[in-house]
Design a protein around this ligand. Structure first.
Ligand SMILES: O=C(O)CCC(=O)C(=O)O
Length: 304
């Protein structure tokens, strides 16, 4: 269960570019058994910028939650009529994007989603991981990606969007359902927490003269559009002489990543027309400075 595949997958595409699949440019994330304990998990997080916790949550609970989410998106045209919502099979017809976006905003405000994010297994672990009481930021994102659409998250590191408090942050990326490589789950640029740290140090100098609100903005004049590092994933791997690490995620897995770790996603090319569903939520120690801009629910127009 915990072994990595030996051969890198072919034909991963992001933003119109095909990722090189040579072993020096593409590899696999290394899975971690949560049973190794919090000290070992923390050491891996520090060393690698990520920890892929296999089977951390109940697989059945995660699949149930997938079904619950898609059942609330049924009338938007997202799901194949008559199919089991837990499978998340995309409909052939046209999506009512406006309705789907409004529904998504309701779902991330719902008690059920709140309960999913605040489940004791996660919050208890985060208290241990952060060495104190953990704080879960209220701005929490849930994303669905239809197969056959070009949607992909450009390469970035999270601190760019959360600069108004501590940098001692941890993101939990949670696939809500099985997400094999071809469904375009998160890809991590190997060793890039050091690259993100150096980029942020440079930007801190560049931003020093800006007014306080602009200084912490991901969209200020010194940033690229959207705060992204790049949309060209193959170029980034070559430029930094490193590899994109991808994985066949399964329901129940949780990936923790550092706020300096560069990550992105690839296009969902599911042959079975399965929709990628995931949530990304952020924790810190409650006693560290909190970025007040993240104390509201996620809105599509919140410019954060
Ligand atoms: O799920 C995605 O496509 C992006 C998630 C992300 O950027 C994150 O977890 O920080």
């Amino acid at each position: 269960m915990f072994g990595s595949r030996a051969v890198a997958p072919a034909n991963l595409v992001a933003n119109g570019k095909t990722l090189s699949n040579t072993p020096d440019r593409l590899g696999h994330l290394v899975p971690t058994d949560p049973a190794v304990g919090v000290a070992a998990i923390r050491a891996l997080f520090e060393a690698n910028g990520y920890v892929w916790l296999k089977g951390f949550l109940s697989r059945a609970d995660v699949i149930d939650f997938r079904g619950w989410v898609f059942s609330h998106l049924g009338d938007t045209g997202l799901i194949q009529p008559g199919s089991d919502p837990a499978l998340g099979i995309a409909a052939d017809g046209v999506l009512d994007k406006g309705l789907a976006d409004r529904r998504l905003m309701s779902l991330v405000r719902s008690a059920a989603y709140e309960g999913f994010c605040a489940q004791p297994r996660l919050s208890g672990f985060m208290d241990q991981f952060l060495g104190g009481l953990s704080y879960l930021h209220k701005r929490r994102l849930m994303r669905f990606t239809q197969p056959g659409t070009p949607a992909a998250t450009p390469a970035h590191y999270d601190l760019v969007y959360l600069r108004g408090g501590t940098s001692r942050l941890v993101t939990a990326w949670i696939p809500i359902g099985d997400t094999p490589v071809e469904m375009g789950g998160l890809a991590y640029l190997e060793g890039s927490h050091a690259i993100g740290t150096a980029m942020e140090a440079r930007l801190e100098k560049d931003n020093a003269a800006l007014a306080p609100a602009e200084r912490i903005s991901a969209f200020n004049r010194n940033m690229t559009e959207g705060g992204w590092v790049s949309k060209d994933l193959p170029d980034m791997a070559a430029r930094f002489d490193t590899r994109w690490l991808v994985a066949d995620y399964e329901a129940g897995d949780v990936v923790l990543h550092s706020p300096f770790m560069i990550h992105a996603s690839t296009t969902n090319r599911s042959a079975d027309r399965r929709i990628r569903l995931s949530t990304d939520i952020r924790y810190q120690n409650v006693d560290d400075e909190i970025d007040a801009r993240w104390s509201n629910h996620w809105s599509l127009d919140d410019t954060l």
